[in-house]
Design a protein around this ligand. Structure first.
Ligand code: GLY
Ligand code: MN
Ligand code: MN
Length: 447
């Protein structure tokens, strides 16, 4: 374990305890049990799907593979961890608790997946807390036998603990930073593999080797796209053979550290030319946008500004034959840029609470922008992505050509660019009062 994380972890747990106590008091609960989750088996078989713990459990503990454990949080008391560690010779049981995190919890080892129930009752009784005043957070089927439906994931409490994840503690920021550094290293290995002519599959393997992750440790499925495939926003197939002619490469891939994600995209052209110029323009545009991030900025404004600026790139390159303003006004910019500028980042790649304000009220997306995942006014210690894109997507282009004013577009240029797919540049930043820390650029610079 990284000493920096260890040193920051106690402060993190104290802050999480403080924020959760506030949430419990506001929702009038005397405690909450946070269950890590229970593995799901494939139909008619005894194989588990890749297990991912409940992210709210991970907010408390770096137990990234630990099923059927649970934390009991009671205001004013040290949290109790019911640590599931069965005797097993089919699978390797979880290792013994490590002091750097375990010392902050009262720990009871349980050997059966259902044993947390009796252990919880005993702990509640000793604390003089009645179970009917305790909520549960999680999706394990074992919760329903123990908690009435209205006390499992009560919406008011869930919104409050989602909000408690929007401002990262120093520990969380350090984990995301470490995940960004690891991903930058793996991106460099993947770029090298692309330059050597590897297939998408081959590039993916080189990425995994460089960051020493298995597929299931990645925060999301790597998007490894050559040529036209980079116009598929979440392209998932990985061709085993490299195309005869490689023109472009888009890699959207992250890493995890203590379950905290990075989410980074880079785009490359094989040779100089118009597509390479567009990548350079998008890179400059992305850095300009990142330069505007600071506490107090409405992320929706930044997203709308991105449309204006991408339309400017299209106008400048002669891909559209109308002004940038008209391209935004008419919706044409959305044909080339059909996703949002970014999202919160943390224990989930698309982290929670991006669409509510601090009073838990919904903050609507701008009309016509259904894919935007973050609509808040930014606050210091928010972690988020800035990921503008520019794509040549057949279905959207053909739809525009058939249904709208086709003369707005230079179709010859579009035809020349379609074989290159698309461009996305994505960095991870932490917001400060004065601006932001760009974890990704720093990680690449320090490689
Ligand atoms: N990798 C998914 C995203 O960028 O949102
Ligand atoms: Mn992203
Ligand atoms: Mn991404």
């Amino acid at each position: 374990m990284n000493n920096r994380h260890e040193a920051l972890y106690a402060g993190h747990v104290a802050e999480v305890q403080r924020r959760w106590e506030e949430a419990l008091e506001a929702e009038q609960f005397d405690g909450v049990l946070v269950h890590s989750g229970t593995p799901i088996y494939s139909f008619l078989d005894d194989y588990e799907y890749a297990f991912r713990p409940n992210p709210h459990f991970l907010h408390w503990l770096p137990l990234t593979r630990h099923a059927d454990s649970a934390v009991l949080v009671l205001p004013g008391r040290q949290p109790t961890l019911f640590y599931f560690q069965p005797e097993d010779y089919w699978y390797l049981p979880p290792a013994d608790p490590e002091p750097w995190w375990a010392d902050l919890f009262r720990i009871e080892v349980v050997q059966d997946a259902a044993d947390w129930r009796q252990a919880m009752k005993n702990t509640l009784e000793a604390a003089g807390v009645v179970q009917q005043s305790v909520a549960a957070i999680g999706d394990s089927p074992s919760l329903s036998g123990e908690f009435e439906a209205e006390r499992v994931n009560p919406p008011g409490l869930v919104d409050r603990i989602h909000l408690a994840r929007t401002r990262k503690t120093a520990y969380e920021a350090a984990c995301i930073d470490a995940a960004a550094r690891l991903a930058a290293q793996a991106h460099a290995a993947a770029e090298q593999a692309f330059r050597e002519g590897e297939s998408e599959f081959g590039i993916h393997l080189r990425y995994l080797a460089a960051c020493e992750h298995t597929d299931t440790q990645l925060p999301y499925n790597n998007i490894v796209a050559l040529n036209e495939h980079s116009a598929v926003l979440h392209y998932q197939a990985r061709e085993r053979e490299a195309p005869a002619q490689v023109r472009s490469f888009l890699l959207d891939a992250g890493c995890t550290v203590n379950a905290y994600a990075s989410d980074i995209t880079r785009s490359y052209a094989s040779e100089p030319g118009l597509f390479g110029d567009l990548i350079a323009a998008m890179d400059g545009l992305q850095q300009g946008l990142t330069g505007q991030v600071r506490a107090g900025v409405d992320y929706r404004e930044l997203h709308l500004l991105t449309h204006r600026e991408i339309a400017g790139v299209l106008e400048e390159a002669g891909i559209i034959k109308i002004s940038a303003d008209d391209a935004v006004e008419s919706g044409l910019s959305g044909v080339f840029y059909p996703h949002g500028l970014g999202h919160f980042l943390g224990l989930q790649t698309h982290d929670v609470a991006g669409l509510i304000d601090n009073d838990r009220q919904p903050v609507p997306r701008p009309e016509g922008h259904p894919a935007l995942r973050l609509t808040r006014v930014l606050e210091s210690d928010n972690a988020l992505t800035i990921e503008p894109g520019l794509y040549f997507i057949d279905s959207l282009l053909d739809g525009w050509r058939a249904g709208r004013d086709a003369s707005m577009v230079d179709w010859q240029k579009v035809a020349a660019l379609r074989p290159f797919g698309g461009i996305r540049i994505e960095d991870n930043v932490i917001v400060t009062d004065a601006g932001c820390e760009n974890l990704t650029r720093r990680a690449f610079a320090e490689l």
